[in-house]
Design a protein around this ligand. Structure first.
Ligand code: ZN
Ligand code: ZN
Length: 413
């Protein structure tokens, strides 16, 4: 319903015409990244390989921070479009059964080793973004403008996007008109793409709560204050926040993922610690949840005769990911034209992302979509599952096609 006609845009089919010719090269790259997973802010081999691959395409890589990499391809005058791939892996032992499954481990400070795998599929994101750079760099006759590829570390710990901002990414790249991102998902069939206007990923706030009791002998509970019983009351009462306080039209979740107290059966300890994960689809609801948690914890402490104020530690905050309407409509129209009936709705996803921290810092709108990872979603496992390993094709092709197609909704012919 735009009042003015859109300027002519580049044709993604021309830029992607010879995608098949790079298929085996991109699959080899993917297998290498899959077998060399690295945890957040330790993606040293990964970022080196990304930089070498970009150089091989004739595109100069630039480091941002320790392990972030950006590439800027210009082809004359025109709009600037930026696209992001996250590059980190997870402390998961892969059991996908693939012949290229990860056997990588990382050494801990005590000398033990933790398995590492790309159980969230960020290796697909890396390879897809490299594929789009390669396609755009070899077809500069077919488009004009500037494409910026952003390889972001440490999405899984909510630290990487902020690390790029802190390292001055806004001084390294030109300000784009839009910031684009994508994720492989088990909820869409391979070859399919899904878009969503408005909230797509929830906010997430993790809260550590310490409550205090008074230690004593387990046979003389009247002489102390039992923080285990106090913590147990808190766990149950917290579950009334979503069911009794949040508007049923809103979505939210609260999970106590860890509860620690005590050492022996017959000793009442003097404190208990809970780790709480909270999710919501607006910052207002997220704030409402945090206030309710503090209120309930304080009230339960008083009810239990707790001798000290409880302590709250807020950590690992993910902002909401809410796609800009006009930009997402533009991506959707481009996807409908390129993918036909394989372009559909994404819906809201019960996960969180730090993607929007960079675009918010740059002051630009963003759009984030999903791409299918398995031919049969009903038989697929979810992201972070030890068995998570997307079907290599058409997933890798779709990832590159989606990035080029979305970018072409802005780039000029
Ligand atoms: Zn993940
Ligand atoms: Zn992920």
């Amino acid at each position: 319903m735009g009042a003015e006609a859109e300027a002519a845009t580049a044709d993604p089919k021309a830029i992607l015409a010879d995608l098949a010719s790079t298929r085996s090269e991109r699959e080899d790259l993917y297998v290498w990244f899959h077998q060399h997973p690295e945890l957040g802010l330790a993606e040293h081999e990964t970022s080196t390989r990304i930089a070498e691959t970009l150089s091989g395409y004739g595109v100069e890589p630039k480091k941002v921070g320790e392990t972030g990499v950006v590439a800027i391809i210009s082809s004359g005058d025109g709009p600037v479009v930026a696209a992001r791939a996250d590059i980190d892996a997870l402390p998961v032992e892969e059991n996908s059964g693939k012949d290229y499954a990860s056997t990588a481990t990382v050494e801990n400070s005590d000398g033990s080793r933790t398995p590492v795998a790309h159980a969230c599929g960020h290796d697909v994101h890396i390879t897809s973004l490299l594929g789009s750079v390669q396609a755009l760099a070899t077809h500069t006759d077919d488009w004009s403008g500037t494409f910026v590829a952003v390889f972001q570390p440490a999405e899984e710990t909510a630290a990487g996007a902020q690390a790029l901002v802190d390292a001055g990414i806004s001084d390294v790249i030109p300000t784009p008109e839009v910031y684009l991102g994508q994720h492989v998902l088990s909820t869409l069939p391979t070859g399919h793409v899904g878009t969503q206007v408005g909230p797509v990923f929830s906010t997430s706030q993790r809260i550590g709560v310490t409550v205090y009791g008074h230690g004593t002998h387990g046979a003389m509970p009247n002489l102390g204050v039992d923080p285990v019983v106090l913590a147990a009351s808190i766990v149950l009462r917290l579950q009334t926040i979503v069911s009794r306080e949040i508007d049923p039209a809103d979505q939210a979740s609260i999970t106590v993922g860890a509860i620690n107290a005590g050492t022996r059966a017959n000793i009442i300890p003097d404190s208990a610690r809970l780790l709480i994960d909270t999710r919501a689809y607006s910052e207002e609801v997220q704030k409402q949840i945090a206030e309710a948690i503090e209120r309930i914890v304080r009230a339960e402490c008083e009810a239990s005769r707790s001798p000290r104020e409880p302590e709250f530690e807020y950590y690992e905050h993910y902002p909401i990911t809410s796609n800009a309407e006009a930009e997402t409509d533009r991506v959707r129209a481009a996807f409908d034209a390129y993918f036909g009936e394989k372009s559909g709705d994404l819906g809201r996803l019960p996960a969180s992302e730090d993607f929007s921290i960079v675009s918010d810092a740059l002051g630009v709108p963003y759009s984030y979509w999903g791409i299918g990872a398995f031919s049969d979603p009903d038989a697929a496992v979810g992201n972070h599952d030890p068995a998570f390993a997307p079907d290599m094709q058409p997933t890798l092709d779709t990832g590159t096609e989606a990035l080029v197609t979305a970018a072409c909704a802005w780039l000029r012919p």
